[in-house]
Design a protein around this ligand. Structure first.
Ligand code: FES
Length: 199
């Protein structure tokens, strides 16, 4: 007897017959649903979690990994880790995705959110963000997140960061008390390479 599998997600329902003995992750893939699997099926994350709306008794028992990763509330709500739960008997199984507010974001989702956040920032905030990123790794991560080819636009971003740094310096100078202004002006002149008058 086969397994009638249904996937009920907002804006995309799928169904099909899958073989008994398949893990949920592979079973939904057979009907065209690709679940994330950040830990590659080792039971160490919760990105592959699904809610079993029907057919929970047709699945294998909870694994230690599921007990460890999913809270009692989530287990009570019918959640299972798709890489750990196997369809052991034929019948009807209905699954739903777990909202991202409940499970951890995948790296792809986090990058998408960062990209979206960056896109919505004002130009000034973008500069400030770039200035704030000092470590090379973080810089590369941001470049990837905003979809800018690193090699091609790395120099351009450095220029933007330089401009952002100057904006920040000017703002700091504007906030300084008036009596320290000449010192700031001298420092700025020296940075610009002008000669300091000799007595
Ligand atoms: S892929 Fe990480 S627990 Fe299933």
């Amino acid at each position: 007897m086969g397994v009638n599998l249904e996937w009920k997600a907002e804006g995309g329902e799928r169904s099909g017959v899958v073989a008994e003995g398949a893990y949920l992750w592979a079973a939904v893939k057979r009907i065209g649903v690709r679940l994330p699997a950040e830990c590659e099926g080792r039971g160490e994350c919760d990105t592959c979690a699904v809610v079993v709306s029907e057919g929970a008794t047709l699945l294998s028992g909870l694994t230690d990994a599921e007990r460890k990763i999913l809270s009692p509330e989530r287990l009570a709500a019918g959640e299972r880790l798709a890489c750990q739960a196997k369809v052991e008997r034929g019948g009807d199984v209905v699954l739903r995705p777990v909202p991202t507010t409940e499970r951890a974001e995948t790296a792809e989702e986090a990058a998408r959110d960062l990209r979206e956040e960056f896109r919505r920032m004002s130009l000034k905030k973008k500069f400030a963000t770039l200035v704030g990123i000092e470590a090379d790794m973080a810089y590369e991560t941001l470049v990837r997140a905003v979809d800018i080819p690193f090699d091609l636009f790395g120099k351009g971003l450095e220029l933007l960061a330089g401009r952002g740094r100057r904006i920040a310096q000017n703002e700091r100078a504007a906030r300084r008390p008036a009596d320290s202004a000449p010192a700031a002006a001298t420092a700025a002149t020296n940075e610009g390479g002008a000669e300091t008058p000799q007595n």
